[in-house]
Write a protein that binds this ligand. Structure first.
Ligand SMILES: [Zn+2]
Length: 167
C-alpha cells in the first residue's frame, strides 16, 4: 500500500466522529516505517493505546485512496478456531476476534454496524506472505503467494468500499 503519514491517516477515517479521530492513537511505530515497510502491507491496522476495545484499520480503496475504519472489538470471545475473513489463514498463527464497524452516513447515525472476524492485531499481510508447505512437488509457491495477497486486498478493499457505499 502507499505510505501513510499521521495526517493521511487522520483524514482517511470514514466512520468516526471528529472527536474519535482526534483521540485515536496512531500505530506505535509509524514514524519509523519506510516505503518498503508499506509496500509489504495490504492494510495497516492497530489497536488503540488507551481504549481497550478500539482498533483502526486503513485499507486502500479501489483508487488506492486510503479508507480509514474505526472498529470495536466485540465483548464476546469468538468461537474457538475462528478464521480471519480477510487473510483466511488456517494455521492459527494469531488470535482472531470479532470486530464491528459503524456504517457511514444515515445508517451509521442510527447505530447500524457491520462486523467481521479479523486477526486481532491485523497480522493479515504477514500471514499471506508466509508460505505454507507446498502440497505437492512442483507446486508454484510464488504464484500461490501472489494469489493470497490479491485475495486479501480484494476482501479488505471490498469491506471498506461497502462501508463507504452507505454514504
Ligand atoms: Zn487476518
Amino acid at each position: 500500500m502507499l505510505t501513510l503519514t499521521e495526517s493521511t491517516i487522520r483524514s482517511s477515517f470514514v466512520n468516526a466522529s471528529r472527536k474519535e479521530v482526534k483521540d485515536a492513537s496512531l500505530p506505535p511505530n509509524l514514524t519509523e516505517m519506510t516505503d518498503d515497510d508499506f509496500a509489504d502491507l495490504d492494510l495497516l491496522g492497530w489497536r488503540d493505546a488507551t481504549y481497550l476495545r478500539r482498533a483502526y484499520v486503513v485499507v486502500p480503496g479501489l483508487d488506492d485512496e486510503p479508507i480509514g475504519i474505526s472498529l470495536r472489538q466485540a465483548e464476546k470471545a469468538p468461537r474457538r478456531r475462528a478464521m480471519c475473513n480477510w487473510c483466511r489463514d488456517v494455521r492459527l498463527l494469531n488470535e482472531v476476534v470479532f470486530y464491528s464497524a459503524r456504517k457511514v452516513g444515515p445508517a451509521g447515525r442510527r447505530g447500524d454496524t457491520v462486523g467481521t472476524l479479523l486477526c486481532r492485531d491485523f497480522e493479515c499481510s504477514a500471514n499471506v506472505r508466509n508460505d505454507p508447505p507446498p502440497p505437492y512437488e512442483g507446486f508454484d509457491v510464488d504464484a500461490a503467494r501472489v494469489r493470497r495477497i490479491d485475495d486479501l486486498r480484494l476482501r479488505a478493499t471490498g469491506f471498506a468500499e461497502d462501508l463507504v457505499a452507505g454514504r
